[in-house]
Design a protein around this ligand. Structure first.
Ligand code: UDP
Length: 491
């Protein structure tokens, strides 16, 4: 194939079907597309339909800069609202079974349609993606959607370099190179003997069998934020901190038909516009966490008594989650809405990136998902941390103790403590007006500046992205030849 007849270099991004994975994947996709690449983002049909129903995907392929974004959805073989999706042991297996076959077929189809894939960017929850890429002789990268510190914890767990909590010693501390001492409940809960959702931990660990081959691990973090952990991991494998991925995207990109939200966002910016600077509490626990009804009531009373205006995301409880886990939708205390009046705005889903950049926001009550953590840090917003499970417990520690931008409400599932209304109200005051508030805000603004510096032209993250794009473009011709040859041997 001559250089002139080659279509634009085609990069295939595979993502786990959840909001916390789709957001960084789409952001990376947009970044690469804006530099002239043709991007396909692949996830399950079930999740894809929620994007389509929310109006988050318009006409495809969608032009972004000098490139394009397209989507590919594969059928995971289960009906809508099938309760088995909530059993992660079963779901991970089903994803592998259906996803591997779909990916193999799609790579063949695209080559046949003169749009051969030049490289695959895989997802740590779907480690089989790299196996398929290897079968086709395609270069494979991973988009790690958690922090580098969490990556380091998984890595050291996988190679058993130190003792981790076990059935016989569940409460031991963990000291890893270039990380602060971690208490037993500060490692991702999927690795803890008492943690739930072990299947996720196992899938992530499978990814580490590939660490010895020279592929590169892209991370939504930046050098200044996690310098020690990044420097350390770079001595072991090719880590590329390219975040914060959302920072360089203009809001106009997010507004259009390509937002990646699995629910329609409610308008709340006009309401925020009417509030004084640095006055509003923003409360959101990401796309999955469902707190106890008692905790919601205590927070509602705390917010009411505090006198601060607040924007609260109360997402609807998905039907399958209610059926499977026996959960009930949250109910606010009687008379609450009348009492708080104009001081409160309750939404089902917010445009979080815009909210966190709004000058009225004083602090963010968060479950500490990595996306929410990076978004808060990069927007200069102090946090109150209420982690539950997974890497949230590790991120909470870092937000409070390492980055100095937060106050702690809870430690996560191992503790299962109820934060009562007076305690919640006190923490809000401490974060917004107390003597600690200024220090938190100063630190948050420091990280905001550092994030901006990393993400502009010539900044550390942007330089890695540019290197990645050149590498992909350079390898693309090569990969196409290899792919066509290996297809012949696979068929
Ligand atoms: N998010 C949003 N609107 C909301 C709540 C969350 O846009 O009302 C976005 C948020 O900006 C983040 C993602 O959803 O990018 C949630 O990812 P995170 O890693 O914080 O948590 P997860 O949902 O994976 O637990």
């Amino acid at each position: 194939m001559s250089a002139e007849s080659q279509p634009p270099c085609h990069v295939f991004l595979l993502t786990f079907p959840s909001q916390g994975h789709m957001n960084p994947t789409l952001r990376l996709g947009k970044k690469l597309a804006s530099k002239g690449l043709y991007i396909t983002i692949s996830t399950t049909l079930d999740f894809g339909l929620s994007l389509i129903n929310a109006g988050s995907i318009g006409q495809l392929p969608s032009p972004v800069g000098s490139g394009f974004i397209n989507f590919h959805f594969w059928n995971d073989g289960w009906e809508k609202d099938d309760l088995r999706r909530r059993d992660l042991d079963l779901f991970m297996l089903q994803l592998e079974l259906t996803g591997k076959a779909a990916l193999t077929q799609t790579l063949k189809d695209r080559a046949g349609e003169n749009r051969p894939v030049s490289c695959l960017i895989g997802n740590p929850f779907l480690p089989w993606g790299c196996d398929v890429a290897n079968d086709f002789g395609l270069p494979c990268f991973i988009l790690w959607v958690q922090s580098c510190s969490v990556f380091s914890i998984y890595y050291h767990y996988s190679c058993k370099s130190v003792d981790f909590p076990s059935e016989s010693n569940p409460c031991c501390d963990i000291q890893l190179p270039s990380l602060p001492l971690l208490k037993h409940d500060e490692i991702p809960s999927f690795l803890h003997p008492y943690g739930e959702y072990k299947a996720i931990g196992l899938s992530i660990l499978q990814q580490f069998r590939n660490v010895s081959v020279p592929f590169c691990i892209l991370m939504d973090t930046f050098e200044e934020l996690e310098k020690d952990a990044i420097d350390h991991m770079m001595t072991i494998c090719p880590v590329k901190p390219i975040g914060p991925l959302f920072k360089t995207l203009k809001f106009s990109d997010e507004k259009g038909a390509l937002s990646g939200d699995f629910m329609k966002t409610d308008d709340c910016i006009e309401w925020l516009d009417l509030k004084p600077p640095n006055s509003v509490v923003y409360i959101s626990f990401g796309s999955i966490v469902h707190l106890s009804q008692k905790q919601i009531e205590e927070m509602a009373h705390g917010l009411c008594n505090s006198g601060f205006p607040f924007l609260w995301v109360m997402k609807p409880l998905p039907k399958d989650m209610a059926d499977c886990l026996g959960l009930k939708p949250h109910v606010l205390p009687d008379g609450f809405l009348e009492k708080v009046g104009e001081r409160a705005k309750i939404v089902k889903w917010s445009p979080q990136q815009k909210v966190l950049s709004h000058p009225s926001i004083a602090c963010f009550v968060t479950h500490c998902g990595w996306n929410s953590s990076v978004e808060a840090l990069s927007s200069g917003v102090p946090v109150l941390v209420l982690p539950q499970w997974g890497d949230q417990v590790t991120n909470a520690k870092f937000l409070v103790e390492q980055f100095g931008v937060g106050l702690r409400l809870t430690r996560g599932v191992t503790e299962m403590r109820l934060v009562v209304r007076d305690e919640f109200e006190k923490c809000l005051r401490d974060a917004i007006v107390g003597p600690k508030a200024e220090e938190l805000r100063e630190n948050a603004l420091k990280w905001k500046k550092a994030a901006e510096k990393a993400a502009v032209e010539g900044g550390s993250s942007e330089t890695y992205v540019d290197e990645l794009v050149s590498k992909i473009k350079k390898q693309s011709g090569n990969a196409m030849d290899v792919q066509i040859k290996s297809m012949c041997s696979i068929v």
